[in-house]
Design a protein around this ligand. Structure first.
Ligand SMILES: Cc1cc2nc3c(=O)[nH]c(=O)nc-3n(C[C@H](O)[C@H](O)[C@H](O)COP(=O)(O)O)c2cc1C
Length: 186
């Protein structure tokens, strides 16, 4: 499938199903996603591919943490947390690895790692799949970070869920170019 950049969109993770990309397709996407602008060539990101059993274990952990965070959470809420990583057939965690004391400002390293996430979304769509970039509370939860082996100088930039869209989706409102663009002349 051809990616028309004019039509790129996300598909919510709960609407992503099989087929997912095979290993070759996934590696191809990750190679595409790695061709990002990178000031200083620091390569401030890495990928973590979650195996199916790991996604299940992560879901269990999320359910447990959700109860610890909010003891009043209802059963439906716990179930939602448990299934968060079980909808899409593929989930890749993009981890940002930043050098604090470097001439390249951390914010620029963050920009690069964010580009990786977006580039991966584009690569997924260009390969005929759909995807969504999610963070949610789990990305910032220390127990989850520890479970995934995220180091002190690292952050979870995004969970990229990849699969095939189960249904056609309505377009969301997009800003018009005229609301964004000003001509500047000195
Ligand atoms: C850094 C980042 C984190 C996001 N985290 C979430 C999230 O946790 N939950 C959510 O519903 N959408 C989240 N989104 C929004 C979706 O990725 C996406 O933008 C939205 O589904 C609209 O899709 P679009 O790409 O077609 O505009 C996040 C977006 C970004 C850039």
């Amino acid at each position: 499938m051809h990616l028309d950049l004019r039509n790129r969109r996300s598909v919510p993770s709960r609407l992503l199903a099989e087929p997912g990309p095979n290993l070759q397709q996934l590696r191809d996407m990750l190679n595409i996603a790695s061709r990002v602008p990178d000031h200083g060539g620091l390569v401030p990101w890495r990928f973590l591919r979650l195996a199916p059993a790991a996604r299940e274990a992560l879901g269990q952990l999320l359910a447990q943490r959700a109860i610890e965070r909010d003891p009043n959470i209802d059963e439906a809420g716990v179930r939602k947390e448990r299934l968060r990583f079980s909808h899409a057939p593929e989930v890749v965690v993009v981890i940002g690895c930043y050098q604090q004391a470097h001439r390249i400002p951390v914010i620029e390293q963050q920009h690069t790692s964010a580009c990786v996430c977006f580039s991966l979304l584009q690569a997924a769509q260009a390969t005929g799949f759909s995807a969504q970039w999610l963070t949610g509370w789990a990305a910032y939860d220390e127990t989850v970070q520890h479970f995934l082996g995220v180091q002190p100088n690292e952050v979870i930039v995004g969970f990229i869920h990849i699969g095939s869209a189960k249904e056609e989706l309505a377009e969301r409102p997009r800003p018009t170019l005229d609301s964004l663009l000003q001509e500047f002349s000195a």
